[in-house]
Ligand binder design. Structure first.
Ligand SMILES: Nc1nc2c(ncn2[C@@H]2O[C@H](COP(=O)(O)OP(=O)(O)OP(=O)(O)O)[C@@H](O)[C@H]2O)c(=O)[nH]1
Ligand SMILES: [Mg+2]
Length: 357
């Protein structure tokens, strides 16, 4: 899963990137309009995986991973005529956005809009994204009409045109594309366009030293959209400490769950992702999978051969497996279930795929 930190200049993207990844990237001023990207991969902490590891004691423990991208250079007005290719390429590769909005007030840190106004700032970038999608949709509609007038691929082109007219209607009424109800096949059809307003969005309010109720600052509603209030600078500093010291400071500031964990939890929820596990003497591993995925689709997350040659899956909930000391114990106790292709995976399932290719 790849998540990108976006926001207006000087809102605290790099500070939050450091807090999320433990990096120590200098907070310097990125030139507005000039794309600047830094990435880091982090493990998704998971106590269930740790418990499975303690039973199997395999060579490797492989956590699920998240890639964070600190994306500098976005600013008001840079998407006239649509965001430029390099920005769009970068942004369309993301699975979701972490939209950082500045709340902290500090006379030493200039603000591109001079004053502190979280809702205004949030809307500025949202508008840029919306405009970028609008231009893509308009261009595509123009091309489809052109093809249709030449009598090419009539049925297919008309169907696509109908779909794109719906996208246009949504964008023209200033709604992000994530608001639109799209079927699996429609989503498939638009997936190649990398629409920015179709991606899940988690708003990160960078509060600074104060603690304020997010509802007092911005109104964030709609599908696949969430909001978290964070103390960027404080957490970035705590992130540089060793775990014991960090725990003391977190308690002192009354931060119950560190930003790293909160952002991951919320992102999994927004993207409707859950976790299943595989176990063995060589490795125990956590795999992210869409909620609602079947056992066969889950097998495909591991390897396409496993999906293709899927015969059945042996399934045990992780806590049952831990309690019974592993698969042998679970089998003896009759707790290792055999499931077919269409079984819907549950969060925390341990799966062994039987397959034949
Ligand atoms: N007082 C205060 N300053 C902060 C906070 N978070 C970030 N800053 C400061 O604000 C300035 C900008 O922070 P960055 O993290 O570099 O912001 P950015 O969004 O990455 O900025 P660009 O990459 O230039 O667009 C830096 O000097 C930070 O130290 C905060 O919570 N409180
Ligand atoms: Mg930065």
């Amino acid at each position: 899963m790849k998540l990108g930190l976006v926001g207006l200049p000087m809102c605290g993207k790099t500070t939050i990137f450091n807090a999320l990844t433990g990096a120590n990237r200098p907070t310097s001023i990125a030139a507005p309009g000039k794309l600047d990207v830094q990435m880091a991969v982090v493990d998704v902490p998971d106590q269930r995986l740790d418990a499975l590891y303690d039973i199997y004691l395999p060579e490797r423990k492989v956590n699920a991973k998240i890639t964070y991208a600190d994306i500098g250079g976005l600013a008001k007005g840079i998407s006239e005529g649509g965001l430029s290719g390099s920005f769009r390429n970068q942004l369309s590769q993301l699975d979701g956005y972490l939209h950082v909005v500045r709340v902290f007030d500090d006379p030493n840190v200039p603000h591109p809009e001079e004053t502190i106004d979280p809702q205004r700032d949030l809307d500025i970038l949202d508008d840029e994204f919306l405009l970028t999608d609008l231009i893509t949709v308009e261009n595509r509609i123009g091309r489809l009409k052109d093809e249709l007038s030449k009598g090419k691929d009539k049925a297919a082109n008309q169907k696509e045109l109908d779909l794109f007219e719906r996208l246009l209607g949504t964008l023209e009424s200033e709604q992000p594309l994530r608001e639109l109800e799209l079927s699996e096949s429609e989503l498939q059809q638009v997936s190649g366009y990398g629409f920015l307003t179709l991606k899940p969005k988690l708003v990160l309010l960078n509060l600074g030293e104060e603690r304020i109720d997010p509802a007092k600052l911005v109104s964030v509603t709609g599908k696949k959209t969430g909001v978290l209030a964070l103390q960027g600078q404080i957490e970035a500093e705590i992130g540089q400490l060793d775990p014991e010291e960090a725990a003391v400071f977190l308690a002192e500031y009354g931060i119950e769950e560190p930003m790293r964990d909160r952002v991951i939890h919320e992102s999994y929820e927004l993207m409707t992702i859950q976790t299943f596990f595989t176990v063995g003497d060589d490795e125990v591993r956590a795999w992210p999978v869409k909620i609602g995925a079947t056992a066969q689709e889950g097998a495909g997350v591991i390897h396409s051969d496993l999906e293709r040659g899927f015969i059945r899956a042996e399934i045990t909930p992780w806590d049952v497996l831990v309690e019974l000391g592993g698969e042998a114990g679970a089998r003896q106790a009759g707790k290792l279930r055999l499931e077919g292709k269409t079984y819907i995976l549950q969060d925390g399932d341990v799966m062994t795929v039987r397959f034949n290719v």
